[in-house]
Ligand binder design. Sequence first.
Ligand SMILES: [Zn+2]
Length: 147
Amino acid sequence: MSDDYDRREEICPDCQASEGDRDARIMTAGQDPATGRMFTSVTYHHDTCPAYTVDQILSEDSARRSKERTAWMKEEFPLVRKRMEAAASEGRADAAPFIDALLELVAAQGEDLGRFVPPERWTEILTKHFPAPEDLGPVGPEEEPTT
Ligand SMILES: [Zn+2]
């Protein structure tokens, strides 16, 4: 373990479980806002602990939302990419959507240089600047039949 990494233990205020009498162990990772040091935090719980139950519910909800966002991104990203490429190939004089999208993507990356901008965020930004025409289905008029 490197020197810039801490391990912390937190006593659950609800069940007061310890490593010796625990039913569950929850590990989280974070970054100390004051020092910038990364840390893992371990909290022990009993099965009947209300805080543990809430944590499980939030964890399952977070996993579900993450799956939904990934599924949305996989469907939407190719579509918005086609819309952007079609707009670029039109040779339009108005470059504002491209400039705005690029600036927003760069700003999103600039918010945290320790991580890549996730594809879900790319898709959100591109969709904002190249929205789907409401009267068109998932296939735009620029598409040619594949057969
Ligand atoms: Zn607990």
